[in-house]
Design a protein around this ligand. Structure first.
Ligand SMILES: Nc1ncnc2c1ncn2[C@@H]1O[C@H](COP(=O)(O)OP(=O)(O)OP(=O)(O)O)[C@@H](O)[C@H]1O
Length: 353
């Protein structure tokens, strides 16, 4: 494995069990019990249950699941804000479980910054000073940290509000301050624990766009916890869907919606508009002779919804799927309608890790 392949987080068979004699549960006689049985027999809750995954450099890794499925516990285990019961855990190849207190503090301050739901802002400080706070901890001089903080305040769209205090800001603006503060320390990964769930739907959407924009501009690795499926589908490069502490499916939004691993996932994604998530690459068929000459062109990574629009606008029977100037397939009415109706299985290019 080369240095560039090293995952940001490598998590192996991780467990977090709450309750008496918790360390006896992983690998023990009760390890396979259902949550209710485990609680009844041992008084323990397996909040995270034998979970393994990598977070790759540059991706938005979404942890999704219903309330109580273990999302918050899992993301807190990544920096040992909650101590895992057993398993392996590394950041950039370094063993997190072997870190002493100093190294752990350094990890949380510099390498894996957390953005919380309730902002965690210092009420007596101005916007600028809240953002500069992370830099102060790092020991940067006042002039330099104010200069860097001003740049970040602007980056998250708060220019002009530098002198306000948190109580003088809307919820969305406060969350932008939290975001800027996390970015200030230039961490190798940003951890978000349901950061937008206290916001109204419009502001929430704005903040999602902000995350998408920041990710596009900076390519920073992010781990994002949410219970909201549409948020997960909008933001996630890959999504880990949790249930009862375990991961039931790990894959791209297209894989989760197009090829649900089991009935639970299928029920979860049932109401998702498939045409907005699935791509043309999974819906196309090989071109017949002469089909390469006419019809609108779409890219393989266009959504089916975009292809439907292109075909409808052209008035023709199909669109040509072009990859770097090369004809790779055709999507006709039957292919496109099949996706909408759910009868056409998606053909994800990448199999879940
Ligand atoms: N300190 C604790 N002691 C005992 N049980 C706990 C503790 N913290 C969490 N749990 C239990 O672990 C399970 C997972 O909780 P967790 O908060 O990680 O879920 P979640 O998916 O983040 O839920 P939510 O979306 O409601 O925040 C739940 O059953 C919860 O009751």
């Amino acid at each position: 494995m080369t240095a560039t392949d090293t995952p940001v987080f490598a998590v192996g068979n991780l467990w977090k069990v709450f309750g008496p004699k918790a360390d006896r549960v992983p690998g023990g006689e009760h390890a396979e019990l259902s949550p209710a049985e485990l609680r009844e027999r041992t008084g323990c809750t397996a909040a995270v249950r034998d979970v393994s995954f990598d977070v790759r450099k540059g991706e938005v890794f979404v942890v999704m699941g219903l309330s109580g499925s273990g999302k918050s516990t899992l993301v807190r285990c990544l920096t040992r804000l909650i101590e895992p019961t057993s398993g392996t855990l590394a950041i950039d190849g370094e063993d997190v479980l072997a870190m002493d207190r100093t190294r752990l503090r350094e990890l949380r301050r510099h390498r894996a910054a957390m953005v919380f739901q309730h902002f965690g802002l210092l009420p007596h400080r101005t916007v600028l000073d809240n953002v500069a706070y992370g830099l102060e901890i790092q020991g940067l001089g006042r002039a330099e940290r104010r200069r860097r903080a001003a740049g970040l305040v602007e980056k998250v769209g708060l220019a002009g509000l530098e002198g306000r205090r948190p109580s003088q800001l809307s919820g969305g603006q406060q969350q932008r301050v939290g975001l800027a503060r996390a970015l200030a320390v230039d961490p190798s990964v940003l951890l978000f624990d349901e950061p937008f769930s206290a916001l109204d739907p419009l502001t929430r959407r704005e903040m999602q766009d902000e995350v998408v924009r920041l990710h596009r501009e900076e390519g920073r690795t992010m781990v994002f916890v949410t219970h909201d499926l549409s948020e997960a589908l909008r933001l996630g490069t890959r999504i880990a869907l949790m249930r009862d502490g375990g991961i039931v499916q790990l894959g791209t939004p297209e894989e989760i919606v197009g090829s649900p691993a089991d009935d639970y996932v299928r029920a979860f994604v049932r109401d998702v508009p498939r045409e907005q998530v699935l791509t043309v690459a999974g819906a196309m068929r090989p071109p017949a002779a002469g089909e390469g000459e006419r019809g609108p062109a779409v890219r393989p990574d266009a959504t089916v919804s975009e292809a439907i629009e292109a075909v409808a606008r052209s008035g023709g029977p199909a669109a040509r799927v072009m990859d770097n100037g090369r004809l790779v397939g055709v999507v006709d009415h039957a292919c496109l309608l099949g996706v909408v109706a759910g009868t056409q299985a998606a053909n994800p290019r990448e199999v879940a890790a």
